[in-house]
Design a protein around this ligand. Structure first.
Ligand code: HEC
Length: 125
């Protein structure tokens, strides 16, 4: 009985560790073909302007007006990590979200709006 309880405890613990590991290394898990995707709307001022509106409607409440984050759980989007990520990495992450850590998935937005917001994020670095 004791042994069985211990076994279950170990299972739960290793599952928790696995989840933690995935979350902290999410940018390394972007599939190669998504990583390589270029923003079809890059360098289009009207796309950046549209992205600012998408940002205001959907992102500002958590990541704040200057994309500086809330200093707590919601990270700044003006960071080394964002600058080092490819456009495709960011678009992929927006589709996935990270609900376990409070980041919604934006897969229901039209794809063009995700690229617009990627263009906007580039413009505020
Ligand atoms: C309900 C709050 C909330 C909203 C709304 C939200 N986010 Fe997030 N976002 C988060 C949290 C919390 C994280 C950190 C998740 C984690 O640690 O895995 C995050 C992480 C991110 C990251 C990864 C940052 C990094 O350094 O790894 C990006 C990029 C991002 N959000 C972009 C956006 C964009 C663009 C929008 C709007 C379309 C948006 N978020 C809307 C809460 C939110």
């Amino acid at each position: 009985m004791m042994r069985r309880t211990l076994g279950i405890l170990c299972l739960v613990l290793s599952a928790a560790l696995a989840v933690g590991a995935t979350a902290s290394s999410r940018w390394e898990h972007v599939p190669a073909k998504d990583h390589a995707r270029a923003n079809p709307l890059a360098n289009k001022p009207e796309a950046t302007a549209a992205g600012a509106m998408v940002y205001r409607d959907h992102c500002l409440q958590c990541h704040k007006a200057e994309a500086q984050g809330d200093g707590k759980r919601r990270p700044s989007l003006r960071s080394e990590r964002i600058r080092n990520a490819s456009d495709g990495d960011i678009e992929w992450f927006l589709r996935q979200g990270d609900l376990g850590h409070g980041m919604p998935s934006w897969s229901s937005l039209p794809e063009a709006q995700r690229w617009q917001v990627v263009a906007y994020l580039r413009s505020v670095q």
